[in-house]
Design a binder for this molecule. Structure first.
Ligand SMILES: [Zn+2]
Length: 328
């Protein structure tokens, strides 16, 4: 269901004051989201994606929401959802009771799967991870394509047509890959019955009318898989903006899996700032934005940031090292 959000109010004065028909409002409303998975607490890398997606959507007068990507229960960490939402709130993100959960969209994933099955664009695969790894390539070679295996107890893969998939990223520029040689038929439903990240994301974004996806450049090539799915399902293609992802001093991506330091809002920041404000300023800086003169509270920071946000200042690179503490 698409609705016009609170972002419709308080638009900049430069916009037309005429009231467009309701359909035009829906079509022109920018909708963005931040979609953390509950595999651990929020860290600096996730804050970057949250901030950039929020400010980019708000600068278009659009609506932003948080979606918890909780379709992989084995990887979920107890308490992570509460911890993520509490941290986002402490940082001053408006959650507005609009948090969505992927686990509530299983029916929608299923109907997308039925649509793909009917179109003959899926097939069952019995290859273990070990067998695929032994082939010496990370691209699935299509071993089970013509075997017509039963879908029960097997993973389901997408049957990609041989072509090039591409998009023009707002920061990273044109990105493209050949489906068969560089992407490979990927899994959309796992052998254990869980839907893949790619399918769930594409269906959710369509379901919630997401018009722009802002996230870390580590997901740049996942986007090509998602576009392949979007095209097969006849969905609307959002705009994509992949910001540089944060690395440690060794060049490793900060992630929950590599034990990135969680944001700790109870710490003291420098110069009397709260830790929350210090983290926000650091993320703002990382994203190439001009420093606010002073911000002592998150509310003050956001008031400045919503006006000053300039996506043209975001460094046009894939990754960037950072310090993660709130103390400078
Ligand atoms: Zn196979």
């Amino acid at each position: 269901m698409k609705t016009t959000g609170p972002g419709q109010q308080g638009q900049p004065a430069s916009r037309s004051t005429e009231t467009p028909p309701a359909s035009a409002i829906i079509a022109s409303t920018s909708i963005g989201r931040f979609a953390p998975s509950p595999t651990g607490p929020l860290h600096f890398g996730s804050l970057l994606a949250a901030m950039a997606s929020f400010l980019q959507t708000r600068s278009d007068g659009g609506k932003w929401f948080v979606r918890i990507d909780d379709i992989d229960p084995p990887r979920a960490q107890a308490g992570a959802v509460d911890s993520i939402l509490n941290t986002l709130e402490g940082l001053g993100f408006p959650l507005d009771n609009s948090v969505k959960y992927q686990s509530q969209s299983t029916d929608a994933y299923l109907s997308a799967l039925v649509q793909l099955n009917k179109a003959g664009t899926t097939y069952a695969c019995r290859c273990s991870r070990k067998i695929i790894a032994a082939s010496g390539s990370s691209i699935y070679p299509g071993t089970c394509r013509e075997l017509e295996l039963p879908t029960e107890d097997h993973a389901l893969r997408i049957r990609l047509v041989d072509k090039s998939v591409s998009f023009n990223d707002r920061i990273q520029g044109p990105v493209s890959q050949l489906t068969r040689q560089e992407i490979g038929d990927f899994v959309i439903k796992r052998r254990d019955g869980l839907f893949s990240y790619q399918l769930a994301t594409v269906v959710d974004d369509q379901q919630h009318g997401v018009t722009q996806v802002v996230r870390g450049a580590d997901l740049l090539y996942d986007t090509l898989k998602q576009i392949a799915l979007i095209e097969l399902l006849g969905f609307n293609k959002p705009e994509f903006m992949h910001i540089p992802f944060a690395t440690d001093s060794q060049g490793n991506k900060l992630s929950k899996q590599t034990g990135a330091t969680p944001l700790d809002l109870s710490q003291k920041g420098p110069a009397g700032n709260s830790a929350a404000t210090a983290y926000l300023l650091r993320a703002w800086h990382f994203l190439g934005q001009q420093h606010p003169d002073s911000s002592t509270t998150p509310a003050e920071f956001w008031a400045f940031a919503e006006q000053a946000w300039d996506p043209e200042r975001i460094p046009m690179i894939r990754s960037k090292p950072c310090n993660t503490g709130p103390d400078h």
